[in-house]
Design a protein around this ligand. Structure first.
Ligand SMILES: [Zn+2]
Length: 161
């Protein structure tokens, strides 16, 4: 444990998302569907000096582990992130995010005529390209830098009714 890691308080059970690309912490919370209304205990470090990547963000969420969909979308905006699962104050698992071919849910298709935006229970699905993602239903492309703008505010990626 270095002094850098102590900048953000320890948690008992939950997830520490470390080495998040600096400036992306709030987008990470959006991916997790956390806006404060759910009562989760969250700590965020922004622009924390890092030996590895210059500056990084760190997000700690108490009492919460990440789903595969959340990890997949996270890989788009924070490809260097490491995910530490904390149980009883100890790191129980440490994983790097991995680039995937497909992300499901969480992102919203920008095409208003897309079936995923219709009044249908269709979960969004995007193919991951080198420089963005492409909707599996209508082929609309979200460029890499715009991905964060298309995170479903409710974190589910399912159609609002
Ligand atoms: Zn679409």
């Amino acid at each position: 444990m270095t002094d850098k890691e102590l900048r953000v308080s320890k948690i008992r059970d939950g997830t520490v998302i470390d080495h998040v690309t600096a400036g992306q912490a709030l987008n990470v919370l959006a991916i997790l569907g956390i806006d404060g209304s759910g009562g989760e205990s969250v700590s965020i470090g922004m622009n924390v000096p890092s030996d590895k990547v210059g500056y990084k963000d760190v997000v700690k969420v108490e009492g919460r582990e990440l789903s595969q969909s959340e990890v997949d979308v996270l890989s788009l905006i924070a490809p260097e992130a490491t995910i530490n699962i904390i149980r009883d104050f100890e790191v129980a698992e440490k994983n790097r995010v991995e680039q995937t071919d497909t992300v499901r849910g969480i992102l919203v298709c920008p095409n208003h005529n897309c079936i995923t935006n219709a009044d249908e229970p269709v979960r969004t699905e995007f193919e991951v390209l080198g420089d963005g993602v492409r909707c599996a239903y209508c082929d609309t492309i979200i460029r890499e830098g715009d991905v964060a703008e298309h995170i479903d505010a409710r974190g589910s990626g399912e159609t609002a009714l």
